[in-house]
Design a protein. Sequence first.
Length: 171
Amino acid sequence: MQSDFFTLVCWGVMAAAAIAMMMRRPVHAVLVFVVSLVGLAVIYLQLRAEFVAFAQILISVGAVAILVVFTLLLTRNGGAEAELKRTAGSAIVGLAMAGLVMGCIGICVLASSAVETSGAVTPATVRQIGEALMTQYILPLEVLGLLLTAALMGAVILAMDPARRHNERKP
């Protein structure tokens, strides 16, 4: 029963990701992509990784996806929604690239020493993860915060009227 639900959620995540890639309107693609990210959080919950599921919701859905939606909405030209253009061979090239990436990931996973763990691994508590983030990994955490802030500032600058942007640069 539980593995059936896990399989169903996995297929749902893959279907949502495939639908997001096929959407012509970027805003709709991002919204369907958010559904696949929420599905990933459900998978993490099924694997008893509650902290990772919470981080997935908080960071991916709450921050990155909202940032992408705001960027798309702020950078519209005259209210017209942009449509993605496709060429005749783009589906073939996309499938070939997806296969190449999946092959590389598969080779890396199979060659990894992490797959060959013999003993039981004790799960880390939220307290241990928090302490590691605030001590050992504080620099990457701060860099990520700066990166997201710079992305938000870039979205605001792109959304400005070009004439106003040009006038503000003059002393």
